[in-house]
Design a binder for this molecule. Structure first.
Ligand SMILES: Cc1ncc(COP(=O)(O)O)c(C=O)c1O
Length: 476
């Protein structure tokens, strides 16, 4: 493609992008295609001849767009958000245009130096102590894996990387029954085995890990000759937003000399609000902390902010030094390749720089505070509706509820069919959860464009579909 054609097409595309942002509400939130429908439109082999951008875009609109679930739709309340925003998209355009691969300081000094500065902005914004040093990972799963690997190396006296784990006593990770599956995956990838993730029960009301059970498990494993290596605490778990008591958990980890990590993938962004900072009490005792600006800080996927207290331990765990990666700056600079699993790195700090400067910290606070207010309002509506019940305490902007009209039995199947009806309907998109053995419907509010009217419309639709589900059942 000639540059002049690129210029023309790029202008057209920017118009398309702005129109999409303006009209995203007009789409069904969750894609309504059936499996194989999009694949059937794609040619089986690659084209030998050049095709015009006009025809590629026409195919995109006709065949691909219907198969997109609109994560930026203001009535997207499923999973956790994966925010985007205009300044973030603009930065992504620059990043793609420059196309820098930022594995070493030398391969783009600006990317490295900005990453150091911007992760420190984030640290200040969420109130982490100065003892934490940041790096941007692709995902919270990668940060959790890095934490588990560092813990593994520390507990084996740095022999795991050298000799492997054959002959080592079992290396154990402790976390609650609310923890995201990324911990189990990390244990598998790190060669520790999923059976060595010791799942500690959480409190049935608050869903926070039970510190007494945690300590008992560590003592039991030590006396059985196992190697307790790592505790992973939750600050905002995926299902119910469980908040572990960091002070109690960190103190136990320190007392037993165990590496400790906090998974705040979603809730970490809310720590920019002073009124939620109390959740960080006890953070000083932890070695590692992650949160995802790509979830709830108006920043495009992927962008996971990982903070560690001892970068040397992380670097010692991950560093490799082939001749072709050496650079003359040596230890004078940071080479972030040694802080992450992949060697290659995108220039992710740029979008944070755009977002934070464009909204200002106050603007970001306003958006998140508003999301939480809308969730409080919805919580009151659910609590006062005799046909619905809350299934867990609201955490920030995350709610769990179920439809439980008087006299209805088999609430699990009633709610499962209600959720299917909600998502087939297209007005909103919600996901499911199992809480203390019962099916519940999850509702999180965190989209960049969401306003009160979007939550109201979604809730009204849920009520109408619930009534239809009940009537449909009665007729059976
Ligand atoms: C609490 C929590 N931790 C970790 C993850 C994994 O995040 P990522 O997709 O960035 O790996 C998620 C994903 O939603 C999550 O909710």
């Amino acid at each position: 493609m000639e540059i002049e054609e690129f210029r023309t097409q790029a202008h057209l595309l920017v118009d398309w992008m702005a129109d999409y942002m303006e009209n995203v509400e007009s789409y069904s939130v969750r894609a309504q295609t059936v499996p194989g429908q999009v694949a059937a439109t794609l040619s089986k082999g690659p084209p030998a001849k050049s095709e015009t951008l006009d025809s590629i875009m026409a195919d995109f609109e006709r065949d691909i767009l219907p198969g997109i679930t609109h994560w930026q739709h203001p009535r997207f309340f499923a999973y956790f958000p994966a925010n985007s925003s205009p300044p973030s998209v603009l930065a992504e355009m620059l990043t793609a245009t420059i196309g820098a691969q930022c594995m070493l300081w030398q391969t783009s000094p600006a990317a490295t130096e900005m990453e150091t500065r911007i992760t420190d902005w984030l640290r200040q914004m969420i109130g982490l102590p100065e003892s934490f040093h940041g790096v941007i990972q692709d995902s919270a799963s990668s940060a959790i894996l890095c934490a588990i690997l560092t813990a593994r190396e520390q507990v084996t006296g740095w022999r795991g990387n050298e000799d492997g784990l054959a002959g080592s006593p079992p290396i154990v990770i402790y976390t609650s029954d609310q923890t995201h599956s990324a911990t189990e995956k990390g244990a598998k990838v790190a060669g520790l085995g999923r059976n060595n993730v010791r799942v500690i029960p959480s409190d049935p009301i608050t869903f926070a890990i039970r510190p007494d059970e945690l300590e008992n498990a560590i003592i039991e494993d030590k006396s059985a000759g196992k190697l307790p290596a790592c505790v992973i605490a939750n600050l905002g778990s995926t299902g119910v937003g469980a908040m572990d008591d960091l002070e109690a958990v960190g103190e136990i980890a320190m007392r037993h000399g165990i590496f400790s990590h906090v998974d705040a993938a979603w809730a970490g962004s809310a720590l920019i609000l002073e009124e939620h900072r109390h959740l960080l009490k006890g953070i000083k005792g932890f070695d590692s902390f992650v949160f995802n600006p790509h979830k709830w800080l108006m920043t495009n996927f992927d962008c996971s902010a990982h903070f560690v207290k001892d970068p040397e331990a992380l670097v010692r765990t991950l560093s490799i030094n082939p001749a072709y990666l050496l650079s003359r700056e040596g230890n004078e600079v940071i080479d972030y390749r040694d802080w992450s699993i992949p060697l290659g790195r995108r220039f992710r700090a740029l979008k944070l720089w755009f977002v934070i400067r464009s909204y200002g910290v106050d603007g970001l606070k306003r958006i998140i505070r508003n999301h939480i207010k809308m969730a409080e309002h919805l919580e009151r509506q659910i609590a006062s509706d005799p046909d619905f019940e809350l299934m867990a305490p609201r955490q920030l902007s995350l709610l769990n509820f179920r439809y439980a009209p008087a006299g209805a039995d088999d609430l699990d199947s009633l709610n499962a069919s209600l959720l299917n009806a909600i998502n087939d309907d297209g007005v909103t998109y919600l996901t499911q959860n199992i809480i203390n053995g019962s099916y519940s419907i999850r509702f999180q509010i965190g989209q960049t464009l969401t306003e009160q009217k979007h939550v109201d419309t979604a809730w009204q639709r849920v009520r109408v579909l619930a009534e239809q589900a009940r009537k449909g059942r009665a007729q059976l």
